[in-house]
Write a protein that binds this ligand. Structure first.
Ligand SMILES: [Fe+2]
Length: 247
């Protein structure tokens, strides 16, 4: 299956499908059968916040079957009720801690970004996160983050592709200064989510795809080829924000 993987779109969905069309026009023969997007898709349900509303309303339609995980810039509470469902025609939202079989390709999913403080809160469970009574009582930002139970739920599963928004540790990405995290002692922490490395080590997916850091990067960790995709906008070069692989 020919798959195109894209970095953060932040609502630039027209631009993403334009690049798919350009790739198909350039290359004779294969067509892209699936689009995978790494989160910060741009689920904004207010006007003028990117293209998603057009697709949601049916004023635009995804040209290719598309799957995505959540980033840290989405309407999280709306997405919670949409896991495993199409949020617009041809656009399927993949929920955290789950494995989806898409035309025979098994994709393990964990969206959101890493905050060591949220990650240290062990009492988070799937039930608590989805408890609507807790929404108003908890900082909204927590819902953007990766919870340890999401990683745990993936540990005993099998999948070919590990799709996340955040990076694993040890990818070599330096990251933007505002994303550098310090622990209580003032030590800088390595960029990315350490739990993802456990999954890479134990589950051994063939590929790991992530975004969030707005850069392109490729590294091998154990048996897994790990790609960071750059963000999609009209200025990005296609070789940085889009990757086409036969999976
Ligand atoms: Fe992000």
């Amino acid at each position: 299956m020919i798959v195109a993987i894209f970095g953060d779109t932040h609502g630039h969905l027209d631009e993403m499908y334009k690049r798919v069309a350009q790739w198909e026009a350039r290359i004779e023969g294969p067509k892209i059968e699936l689009v995978i997007q790494v989160g910060d898709f741009g689920i904004y349900l207010r006007e003028n916040w990117g293209d998603f509303l057009k697709y949601y309303n049916g004023d635009a339609v995804a040209t290719h079957p598309t799957v995505f995980c959540r980033g840290n810039h989405e309407t999280q509470q709306w997405l919670m009720g949409k896991e495993g469902q199409e949020v617009a025609t041809n656009i399927l939202f993949l929920g955290d801690g789950k494995v989806y079989n898409i035309n025979g390709l098994k994709i393990g999913v964990c969206g959101g970004n890493y905050s060591w403080k949220s990650y240290a809160i062990r009492r988070w469970t799937r039930e608590r996160r989805y408890d609507t009574n807790l929404y108003t009582a908890r900082p909204r930002k927590w819902y953007d983050h990766i919870m340890p139970y999401m990683v745990k739920e993936l540990m005993d599963k099998e999948f070919d592709v590990f799709l996340t928004h955040e990076a694993p540790n040890h990818t070599g990405i330096i990251g933007r200064p505002q994303f550098r995290q310090q622990n209580d002692k003032g030590d800088y922490l390595p960029l990315g989510c350490p739990g993802f490395n456990k999954i890479i080590r134990d589950v051994r997916p063939k590929y790991q795809f992530h975004g969030h850091h707005h850069t392109f990067n490729k590294v091998r960790i154990d048996a897994t080829t790990v790609y960071c995709l750059n963000k999609v906008d009209e200025h990005a070069s296609s070789s940085q924000c889009m990757l086409v692989i036969d999976l």
